[in-house]
Design a protein around this ligand. Structure first.
Ligand SMILES: *Cc1c(COP(=O)(O)O)cnc(C)c1O
Length: 349
């Protein structure tokens, strides 16, 4: 057995958490049925509780956050319509052009600057009216927290202002809220307040909340009814899914403790920022973004050397690396990770 302090500290993502004993127990003993027939009581309960957690009428359990977003795009848009989103958004950057391939949507991007919150003016400018030459905008998608910008927590007013600009033009709004509970905890508001200005929301149970599998897409009854058909179309109709939904119910109890991940991330950023040639701004939530242009260290080299030194992280850009805190890393792990990265930076610089 390796010493505890020799163990690999995995900060690649908050998706790497493994289910707790309680989650394994809940999975083993879950009451189940065929969820395509809506017979699974555990899934039904999870969908009710998830809707309550974000303040929507209804919710649907789906295999992943990507599917949740893609279902929303499919329900809201007609093929050929435009999907308006921010240029660093997850839906645009990391979902394999799913909007084009699965829904025939044309994407139009907004450059929303440092914090990636589109202003109402930028939204108005990006919306295309339907006429002889133009297809019309079918959906505006926003993101909170913003992954690529380092888990930035977007305040209610900013979401509401962007959403209002779209809705004034009769364009519905979807919020990619993969980490919306991180935003809520960081801002000290209820998640339902962040969701109230938009029509639909997706969030991941399998990230900071610690479930092994699954995400939610939520909105009003009629949206969720249609989303259920699209989930089937995309191959996401699951049968005795209560086995994986049961840990999801426990995950919903992990919202408040996200504050611990945020405190750990702040500590990590301060530790990394103090290293020569590393710029790691204080994070809003659990994602630390470290820039190493000043040290002239490429992210790919940093990631490889960190892995050898026992720290997992991921490349975001040529000189930008992401470190993410989560349920399975404590304060001591953070301190040990900073020590290891210090040695790596000394060697590479
Ligand atoms: C992780 C993530 C997703 C996708 O979730 P998966 O479950 O990995 O498919 C979508 N949006 C954002 C902002 C994310 O961070």
């Amino acid at each position: 057995m390796p010493e505890a302090d020799d163990e690999f500290i995995d900060l690649r993502s908050d998706t790497v958490t493994t289910p707790s004993e309680a989650m394994r127990e809940a999975a083993a003993t879950a009451e189940v049925g065929d969820d395509v027939y809506r017979d699974d009581p555990t899934v039904n309960e999870l969908e009710r509780r998830a809707a309550d957690a974000v303040g929507t009428e209804a919710a649907l359990y789906v295999p992943s956050g990507t599917m949740a977003n893609q279902i929303a795009v499919h329900v809201h848009t007609e093929p050929g319509q435009e999907l308006l989103l921010e240029r660093e958004s997850h839906i645009y950057r990391w979902e394999l052009a799913g909007a084009a391939k699965l829904s025939g949507a044309q994407t139009r991007t907004i450059d929303a600057g440092e914090r990636c919150v589109p202003t109402p003016d930028a939204v108005r400018e990006g919306i295309v009216g339907e006429d002889l030459h133009r297809p019309g905008t079918g959906l505006l998608a926003l993101e909170n927290t913003h992954n690529y910008r380092g888990g930035t927590a977007i305040p209610v007013e900013a979401i509401a202002a962007a959403a209002e600009a779209a809705r004034d033009a009769d364009v519905p709004v979807h919020l990619d809220g993969a980490r919306v509970f991180n935003a809520a905890v960081a801002l000290g508001v209820d998640a339902s307040e962040l969701v109230a200005p938009v029509d639909t929301v997706s969030f991941c149970l399998s990230k900071g909340l610690g479930a092994p599998v699954g995400s939610i897409v939520a909105g009003d009854e009629s949206f969720v009814e249609e989303a259920r058909r699209v989930r089937k179309l995309f191959g996401g109709g699951m049968r005795q899914a209560g086995l994986i939904a049961a840990p999801g119910l426990l995950a919903l109890e992990n919202v408040e403790r996200l504050a611990d991940d945020h405190a750990n991330a702040e500590r990590l950023a301060a530790g990394l920022d103090a290293l020569d040639g590393v710029d790691a701004p204080a994070p809003d939530t659990n994602i630390v973004v470290a820039h190493t242009d000043d040290a002239g260290i490429a992210a790919s080299d940093l990631v490889a050397a960190c892995e050898d030194a026992g720290v997992g992280c991921v490349e975001f850009d040529e000189y930008t690396t992401r470190f993410t805190t989560h349920l399975d890393v404590g304060r001591d792990d953070v301190d040990a990770a900073v020590e290891r990265v210090r040695d790596v930076i000394r060697e590479l610089a």
